[in-house]
Design a protein around this ligand. Structure first.
Ligand SMILES: [Zn+2]
Length: 299
């Protein structure tokens, strides 16, 4: 099935075959027609924060030479786009042309292809920032292949490191009738509730991760684990793997270390009439949690 979650429809050509073409990349960096997608301290650049759109800056070699990292994102409208890290500037640059904003705040206001491109740029910069040194020998690493790999500079090591993605399962647990389990973490907006989620552990299947997380967080057993869709969630580097499952036990034993705001069963009717205020609100609109819930509420 085709997935239509936020941040997963880039709408541009990643042109992966050009990442290793050094001469071609250099020509694009020297070309006035190429575009810069600026990133400053994990924030994306937009001309207007109230109605944000992807805002690029014409290629400028001095900006590129001054930056610790640039990443070839791909061809957007047949034009080469490069993410450029500007975090070394004490104050955000280009302030006469726009502002740097958190994609977690403005993401839902953007066209999906543009928000996907901006998420791709942001995720790459976060990864570069966190992988400056080799995990094997501790020597410095160097960006290669248009910024899509970092290689250890120690001649005896040369370990390659690729952008890290952390898989997490997120699951809508129903009771076979008209109720689902929702929980609250303290980091959520006041009143906001979500379906359950957690990271996949090494040596674990996705189905078992779903069952383990549900048992750990709310103490119930489940069956009929079915895959729904996935969503890149580059805040900072997750892929959310969405599932539905049916509970076979129903008495919740909540782990309040994980779900500080508790968890309980909610009926379809209650969710259909969500007050959307500090007493109760649904998850954010760009999340796979919201999509899974909406589809279930409308089913
Ligand atoms: Zn190394």
């Amino acid at each position: 099935m085709v997935s239509f979650n936020f941040y997963d429809r880039p709408g541009f050509d990643k042109a992966g075959h050009l990442r290793t073409d050094k001469a071609w990349l250099e020509r694009q960096i020297a070309s006035d027609s190429s575009q810069i997608v600026p990133i400053w301290r994990s924030r994306n650049f937009v001309a207007d924060i109230e109605s944000p759109r992807l805002t690029t800056v014409p290629m400028n070699k001095s900006i590129v030479d001054d930056s610790p990292v640039i990443v070839f994102l791909g061809l957007f409208n047949d034009t080469a786009h490069f993410a450029v890290d500007l975090s070394h500037h004490e104050k955000p640059p280009f302030c006469d042309a726009g502002r740097f904003a958190d994609l977690r705040v403005i993401g839902t206001l953007l066209p999906r292809d543009e928000s996907s491109l901006m998420a791709f740029a942001r995720a790459h910069m976060t990864w570069h920032k966190r992988h400056k040194f080799c995990g094997c020998c501790g020597a410095a690493t160097k960006s290669k292949n248009g910024g899509h790999v970092r290689v250890c500079t120690n001649a005896n090591c040369k370990t390659s490191c690729f952008p890290r993605i952390d898989p997490a399962v997120i699951m809508l647990i129903h009771d076979g009738g008209d109720r689902i389990v929702l929980g609250r973490k303290k980091t959520m907006l006041p009143g906001q509730h979500s379906i359950l989620a957690g990271f996949v552990e090494p040596g674990e299947s996705l189905e078992n991760a779903v069952a383990r997380e549900v048992f750990e967080e709310v103490g119930i057993e489940i069956t009929d684990v079915n895959y729904h869709s996935s969503q890149p969630w580059p805040f900072p580097a997750n892929i959310m793997l969405g599932f539905t499952a049916r509970a076979t036990t129903f008495e919740l034993k909540v782990d309040y270390n994980e779900l500080e705001g508790g968890a309980r069963w909610f009926s379809k009717e209650y969710l259909r009439n969500s007050p959307e205020n500090d007493s109760f609100r649904l998850p954010r609109k760009d999340s796979i949690s919201r999509r899974l819930m909406t589809e279930w509420i409308e089913s």
